[in-house]
Ligand binder design. Structure first.
Ligand SMILES: Cc1ncc(COP(=O)(O)O)c(C=O)c1O
Length: 378
């Protein structure tokens, strides 16, 4: 399918091509110098002491939880309006995810009021997702986690570049987890990063990303070391040099691309505000955003499927962020929820549609989409 306006698009040009070509010419493909450079530039960008490059955002979440010694029987508070990986990572550690509702139909982020209600003696921490890049209420969340001595892991998959005062999303809790999946603001195909100011946690994540091995292949290649020991149960969650080279180029464009996303979102808001059949969540969000997504909420009476189908016929790709995790068959079977436990999440899951948003879009693209939306439901 060739879309007139796809939901997302890569902002790749000759810089990315030559970065990859130069890696290929150097003939070292797995974790080496480029990965080290990407880690140090990314750490500087988010103002974190340590950054560990990984094979995906999911790997970052998994190792973040492992490094905090999450165990069977522990509970972790999670949103339901998120990508399933935020919750799966808790299950990888044999711990129990406890779903918490969204704040409202206007703010899909985890509700601070509901969070406090769900804290039990088994609660170890919270996974906060800054939905669509919109910063969650971290001041209130931090107050809560201090009061109950809980950890915060930020799932910052959407919020690369989102600010919180002088700090950045991903550095407001114990560990921040980023994803560089193809559709993200910084895209390398697959890839992720865990950031922290805690040396012990960084060391543990670094160790577990490569089988719990004391010396990486790169150091043995450089003849810094000849043998190794296995001192922890680890995984293969390494990033490639190709991914890191792409990440370094994408990082250079991030601030200006996030600015473009913001300007495009503003045009959407200007043209769609006042259309009766839809509402625009986060329209007056009081905190920063990297504008990863542009979500709208359809009126209850509108058939979402047919709305998306009709936009498809006009060449406009749309998506749903998200079907609530607790509604998926696997979760319904293993973690059934009482009816009415997560009312906002369920409503968002039924009525949300994401419109295209990426830095290669033009004002005319946004106007075309707004025109088609209005024609359909105006
Ligand atoms: C909110 C959220 N969390 C986690 C992930 C997982 O990241 P990855 O696909 O890099 O494993 C994603 C990616 O789509 C995401 O959107």
């Amino acid at each position: 399918m060739k879309w007139k306006i796809p939901l997302f698009d890569l902002d790749y040009n000759k810089q990315e091509i030559s970065a990859v070509t130069s890696v290929l010419k150097r003939r070292w493909l797995t974790m080496g110098e480029k990965v080290e450079e990407f880690e140090s530039k990314f750490a500087r960008f988010v103002k974190a002491k340590y950054a560990v490059a990984l094979s995906s955002g999911t790997a970052a979440l998994h190792l973040a939880l492992k490094s905090l010694d999450l165990k069977a029987g522990d509970e972790v508070l999670v949103p339901s309006i998120t990508f399933v990986a935020s919750v799966n990572a808790v299950l990888y550690c044999s711990a129990k995810p406890v779903f918490v509702d969204s704040t409202s139909l206007n703010d899909f982020n985890i509700s601070v009021t509901e969070l406090e209600k769900k804290i039990s003696s088994k609660t170890r921490g919270i996974i906060v997702v800054h939905y669509g890049g919109f910063l969650a209420d971290m001041d209130k969340i931090t107050r809560l986690t201090r009061k109950y001595d809980l950890f915060v892991i930020e799932d910052s998959a959407h919020s690369i570049g989102t600010k919180s005062g002088s700090k950045m999303a991903g550095t407001l809790g114990e560990i921040g987890c980023f994803s560089f999946f193809s559709n993200k603001n910084l895209a390398t195909g697959e890839g992720g990063m865990a950031v922290t100011d805690n040396e012990k946690l960084a060391k543990r994540i670094r160790l577990m990303r490569s089988h719990g091995m004391t010396t990486p292949t790169w150091e043995r290649f450089k003849a810094v070391a000849f043998d190794y020991d296995i001192v922890d149960l680890g995984y293969n969650y390494r990033m490639t040099e190709i991914g890191a080279a792409l990440g370094l180029e994408q990082l250079k464009k991030l601030i200006s691309n996030n600015r473009k996303r913001k300007a495009l979102s503003k045009i959407y808001i200007d043209y769609l505000s006042g259309v009766e059949q839809i509402s625009i969540p986060f329209k007056n969000h009081p905190r920063d955003s990297s504008h990863h997504l542009f979500p709208i909420l359809l009126n209850k009476k509108i058939d979402r499927r047919s709305f998306m189908q009709k936009l498809k016929r006009k060449g406009i790709q749309t998506s749903i962020h998200y079907l609530p995790v607790h509604k998926f068959s696997y979760y319904r079977k293993n973690y059934p929820q009482k009816p009415g436990n997560l009312p906002f999440s369920e409503e968002i899951g039924k009525r949300e549609v994401s419109l295209p948003l990426h830095p290669r879009m033009t004002k005319e693209d946004v106007l075309y989409i707004c025109q088609q939306v209005k024609k359909l439901i105006g």
